[in-house]
Design a protein around this ligand. Sequence first.
Ligand code: GUN
Length: 278
Amino acid sequence: MTLIDGKAVSAAVKERIKKEIEEKNLKIGLAVVIVGTDQASRVYVNNKKKACEFCGITSYEYALPEETTEEQLLELVDKLNGDGNVNGILVQLPLPNQIDEKKIIERINPEKDVDAFNAVNVGKIMIGDYSFLPCTPAGVMELIKSTGTEISGKECVVIGRSNIVGKPMAMLLLHENATVTVCHSKTRNLKEVCSRADILVSAVGKAGFVTADMVKEGALVIDVGMNRNAEGKLCGDVDFNSVKDKCGFITPVPGGVGPMTIAMLMENTLRAGKLQSL
Ligand code: GUN
C-alpha cells in the first residue's frame, strides 16, 4: 500500500500559484464569508485565509453573526459582486436555517463563483466546458494523477451523490473516460458494487463506512470523509486500519483530500482574476 500525500501535492500546487502571481505581479482578491460560529467552518475558513496569504492572494473576511438575515447576506453578495478588488467570492456552507443556501449561491456572479456551486458553473461542468473546476473533486483528480494511475477505461465507484462532491466527482471521472458508478443510500448490493472499483471515492460522511470487504485488492481508495469518531478524533469514511492492507493506494484523513480542496480554491481564484482582467 502507498499512502497518497495530500499535503505534499497541495504544497506543490500552491507553490506554482504563488510563483505565477509573483512573476506576473497579479493583484488577486478572495472574499471569504462565514455566517455564525460553526467550529468546523471556522477551521476551514482559517485554512483558506492561510492559503491565500501563502499564495499572495489578498483575502477579505466577512464574519457575520448567526442571526444574519437572508436579505443582509444577499446585500453583501451584491456588494462583493460589484467590488473590483474581489475576484472570487466564497460563502462557507452550511448557512443558518433562516438563509436559503441556494438563493445565496445563485446570487454570486458566476465569474466570481470560485466554488463552482452556481447553476451556470455546474452546467458548464456537465458539458465539460469549465470556467472553474469544483474544488474537492478537482483535488481528488490531482491526487489520483499524482500516483501515475491511468483513469481511462477504469471502473470508478463514487459513494455519495451530493452536489458539492459526489455528482461533480462522477462527471470529472467520466470526462477522463472512466466507467463511473454512483452509489447512495438506496443502492442495493453496495459491497458488491464497490468491490468492482479500481478507483473508489467515498464521500459519505460516516466514520468507518468503507470496510476491507468492500475494497478490491490493489484498488486506489480516496477518502473524502471528514468525520469525528467516538473519541472525537478527525477521521474519514474509510476504516483505514483494515483497508490499508488490501488497497494499492489510499489517502489519509487528515492530510489527504482536505488540503487539495483548498489548493484548488486558490487555483480557481487565480483563474477568476485572470479571466476578469481579460
Ligand atoms: N462546506 C463544505 N465544503 C465546502 C466547500 O467546498 N465550499 C464551501 N463554500 N463551503 C463548504
